[in-house]
Design a protein around this ligand. Structure first.
Ligand SMILES: C[S@@+](CC[C@H](N)C(=O)[O-])C[C@H]1O[C@@H](n2cnc3c(N)ncnc32)[C@H](O)[C@@H]1O
Length: 272
């Protein structure tokens, strides 16, 4: 089937809708990406043009289709123990907690859950070795409904688990056989430590946290500079004073109002 094309005006309409709703910022270089991601969906719905689809996205009674467009347009690249130095820092940090009270962690753009389950593996190991107590929890949120459903199922192609040590794979994952060859499932005992929920970082949220540690990695790259700063300050309002804050190392420091000190590349501490 030939892909549908859009006019410059239709591209801007879609880009504006996405910017308003979820903060995603698309310049002209992203035209073909948007076209190729949405065109098959539009054809599957039996629509003949982007204009028809845009009318649907503007229709408030079509919220499910709007969510589908968000799912298609977000980039969800992730894998277990991405940026291992962040997990090494987290381990040193938590080992230094003197009282064994609750530890709360938020993975704020969790995608398929790789980051949250990597963290859960680390904390479960630390609990087993008595370096932290049993009272810890991880919240993992994302805007995309599709990735959250998959994250709850916790089934991964083995390639995504390539940075997980063989011992951890044995302790926390079940290797698929037969039709599930090449995939692994995170065990339920670990899954039960992670709660998933949908959350839009670009809208105000109440009642979250305060957390000891927040991961906000590899999502700000999709936002424009003012949105980046707003999101960072909003997320930091849910971090305890002295808490650790992780951004993707390649994202650099984002200007924000909340005072932070640099701990290592991509890792910051909120002022006490
Ligand atoms: C590239 S993934 C990052 C995954 C993980 N943090 C990592 O570093 O491997 C970016 C995620 O941000 C999510 N995202 C994009 N815009 C968002 C928003 N406004 N609110 C919440 N999540 C959003 C996307 O759905 C996607 O799953």
């Amino acid at each position: 089937m030939t892909a549908l094309l859009f006019s410059d005006r239709e591209f801007r309409q879609i880009a504006d809708l996405m910017y308003e709703a979820v903060g995603l910022s698309y310049n002209d270089s992203k035209k073909s990406l948007i076209q190729s991601r949405l065109s098959p969906r539009i054809q599957k719905l039996g629509m003949g043009s982007f204009a028809e689809y845009i009318a649907c996205l503007n229709d408030e009674s079509e919220a499910a289709e709007f969510q589908m467009a968000v799912d298609l347009l977000t980039t969800n690249e992730t894998y277990f123990f991405r940026e291992p130095k962040h997990y090494e820092l987290l381990e040193r940090e938590l080992a230094g907690y003197r009282n064994k009270g609750p530890i709360t962690i938020w993975s704020a753009a969790a995608s398929f859950g790789d980051e949250a389950y990597s963290t859960a593996m680390l904390l479960a190991d630390m609990q087993t070795s008595g370096r932290i107590g049993p009272d810890w929890s991880i919240l993992a949120t994302d805007i995309s409904h599709r990735v959250l459903l998959s994250a709850k199922e916790a089934v991964y192609p083995q390639d995504r688990l390539r940075a997980v040590s063989p011992e951890r794979l044995r302790r926390y994952c079940l290797r698929g056989e037969g039709a599930a060859e090449g995939q692994s499932k995170v065990q339920d005992k670990l899954c039960s430590r992670v709660k998933f929920g949908q959350l839009n970082l670009c809208k105000a949220f109440d009642g979250l946290g305060p957390f000891d540690v927040i991961f906000l990695r590899n999502v700000l790259i999709y936002f424009d500079p003012p949105t980046k700063s707003e999101v960072v300050d909003r997320v930091l309002s849910a971090l305890k004073p002295g808490g650790l804050f992780f951004l993707g190392t390649a994202e650099g420091r984002v200007p924000c109002k909340t005072p932070l000190t640099v701990v290592q590349p991509g890792a910051y501490r909120k002022a006490v």
